[in-house]
Design a protein around this ligand. Sequence first.
Ligand code: SF4
Ligand code: SF4
Ligand code: SF4
Ligand code: FES
Length: 984
Amino acid sequence: MMIKLILDAQEVETKADELLIDLLLRKDFKIPCVCYHHQLGPIQTCDTCIVEVNGQLGRACATKVSSGMQVQTKSARADAAQREAFDRLLKDHMLYCTVCDNNNGNCTMHNTTKMLAVDHQKIPFTQKPYEVDATNPFYRYDPDQCVLCGRCVEACQNVEVNETLSINWEDPHPRVLWDGGKPIGESSCVSCGHCVTVCPCNALMEKSMLGEAGYMSGLPKPALNGMIDIIKGIEPDMGYRSILKVSEAESAMRESRTRKTKTVCTYCGVGCSFDVWTRDRHILKIEPEEGPTNGISTCVKGKFGWDFVNSSDRLTSPLIREGDKFRKASWEEALTLVAQQFTEIKAKNGPDALAFISSSKCTNEESYLMQKLARAVIGTNNMDNCSRYCQAPATEGLFRTVGYGGDSGSIRDIENAGMVLIIGSNTAEAHPVLATRVKQAHKLRGQKLVVADLRKHEMAERADLFFQPKPGTDIAWLCAITRYILDNGLEKTEFLDQWVNGLDEYYKSLEPFTLEFAAKTCGLTVELLKQVAHMIVEANGVCILWAMGITQHSMGSDSSTAISNLLLVTGNYMRTGTGAYPLRGHNNVQGAGDHGAHPENLTGYQNVHDPEVRARFEAAWKVSLPSTKGLDNFQMIEAIHAGKLKAMYLFGEEIALVDGNSNHVESALSKLEFFVAQDVFFSKTCQFANVIFPASPSLEKEGTFTSTERRIQRLYQVFEPLEGSRPDWRIIQDLANHLGAKWNYQHPSEIYQEIASLTPLFAGVTYERLEGYKSLQWPVAADGNDEPLLYVKRFPFPDGKARLHPVAMSIPTEPADEEFDLHFNNGCMLEHFHEGNMTYRAPGIREKVPHAFLEVSPELAAERGIQSGTWVQLISPYGKLRVRALVTDRVQGKELYMPMNSFESPVNLLTSSHTDTVTHTPAYKESSVRMVVLPEIGESPLPKVNSRFGHPTPQSGVEVERKWKRADYEMPKGEPVQAAAKRN
Ligand code: SF4
Ligand code: SF4
Ligand code: SF4
Ligand code: FES
């Protein structure tokens, strides 16, 4: 509904219920507002936004517009109140802008001083009795510059929902507190950086900015203090307005050397985007604000995990093996050698003797070129990517039931759910920013949260209901509660009648899945299963989130199918707040499969068996294409052992560490006649190569990534490729041309034009439509319309209906027995990404997590005489490793858990070659080991500075009411404090 109101004598029409501050800012009224941030909402701590509303003073940020409202933003009383409020803030903030690293044109304190044309303070600046806290490796807090606006507290409490920050409003000298008063480095702070991002001044700053952003801010401390003293000395005579002119000239000079480039995070599949501020090759900071997925949010990796880009370990020259060593080679020599070897091997053994592995860290365009190289230049469908290691079963489960292999909606749809069910996903650590939205909805809007997992991780701690099924038994309880719902007439009959096929056959398949069977199989109770079933049917919309705890099993595809079946039976598709959300691991694991890095599919899941599809690609590529399904990653390893596969080209993929049963994989790689690896670093996999091509990471190239929401986003080049390295798409093109292809792509946009022209799913994707922070969620029609929420009108099957797909019970491989008596679970962690090739090169992250560790339950620790720091040896039928124990109640009984980030002790030394029966995803989660307790005892492998050891202080937000109760607080009355200067 639209309403009309009067703003400073102008009639304005706007939407009812809008916040007055939003309207004023949108209409470009010059109104101070220090604590307000549109992504945080009203905090009401600063009082600078006071205006006259119908003759009364009130905070614009706390006022909803209403019809006929009369607002005066610059009346004498409003102006005086705003000035008084701002003067109080200046008591807490010294204006030394010229030598401040935050003087970059976007400092709220600076800009408000300028807007109000403040010359002199009524209340003098007063130091607080606290030291600067620099104990976090990534940012520091300066209490003396802190204006107590509380934005950081609100961000930490209610956006990140880590609940570390508060303000001691009752103290004579309030300040921001971490865990109620701990040094930052010893608190529960997870270094997500939300607080730093929203701080309106320099009180919280990235350490990477300090001494680097300004021309004079890097002066030695005594000189800097001298400059600050000079500024203070001249202020009484000159006034701030003159001083600000100098600082603005300095700020303008910074613009010529500070670059701000939009990129998309290179780590997980959430798809956060942000500006990278750089000065030459130095990263000043990561500045999130307008990302369609993340807004102001990041996690520690996206905000602070970029040191690897400038690491001295970067590969800067092609390398060619000579015996046991590598020698540097020119690009021409290396490319010629690879082309010659590939040609010879193909001539001798046929094209299927070669295989290609694309990277789910690299761009869509690069995956497309890799599969084009395999298919059109070599002539094989032996093409895969690492979604085989995690996500293929989820994709299969969704293809079987609802038709698209992607999340059914956006993160916003998850926020809108009445209930979120998380199964086998440590979401707060593996997909941190997505988890913040669930934590918010749970904390602030009463969303129900149910978690099924082996480990009691953060989401489990927060859940309304948490249960721990026995390893590998999820399919049993999922099918049993679905049967219970159908048995008791609790299903959504109308939805099933109208939108779903196959109910009768499916219902019959559920026969073995009684609640009693599931309870016994899973180690749960019948009552608990009934409770879960009732929570699902009673919720106003259910979203199910799952990840590797489901997919990395021998029945991963069937368990994923069971999840989708449950959603169909309960009518939880086709509207916001419902649906299936397999959480994609790598930044572009969705995009790599989408863009043809798959043994059976060309781009957009167009099948190689389909003659019409092949004919279209053959016409465009002017070649004839192979029509038989190629080998997937797992089959490639077996084919090498069988002597059928002779050569492999792999880029951006650490197969030697991340595939199951590492010893088996490594022995395969060493049997290859010719192996080409392409990476940013000399990875473990590179050790087996004949030729290594040095590639450029995401910050050194352009292209697109597709996040877990099916969201396609552009990344722009932040740095030139490090000398000697090349972007992957260029290397693939160079190699194709050495093989006679005559490709001539000058820019990734040209590659995407070709993709769009061949792929109905991406028909309307263009770089123009993705410019800046714009994004598209596939499918994208030719006119550019996309589908953030899938299945709104129909399911993509010929009759528009979804399909219930029967699944049978199966038991996990490698159950614990007398010899291997402990279940060995493994997965992600917050600070490190995957095997750690990038994050171990960030010193700050290493400070928080220097080593891998093994989680051991308190019961098992007591039984075996283990303490945190005890070295143990784990032995499985496939290998062994040494690691230090960390005793924690995150695991229970005979469960062990080890994060996958270790070079010295990679978890896959212990895992088997068993796979999901449908997709060949390794059954990483089905491993059993025995443990030998070694005599050595070291330090705890996880230092005390890790956030896990902190003690958060949850509260509703910044709790401004406590400030208002202070004896020395009264709301500004709007009495002139000085002859008001003309505002800017
Ligand atoms: S967790 Fe730490 S970095 Fe993140 S908002 Fe809270 S205090 Fe700031
Ligand atoms: S540190 Fe927090 S309270 Fe202080 S100025 Fe920054 S955002 Fe505001
Ligand atoms: S949540 Fe994922 S995409 Fe976002 S900043 Fe963290 S690692 Fe990057
Ligand atoms: S912006 Fe309204 S009180 Fe701070």
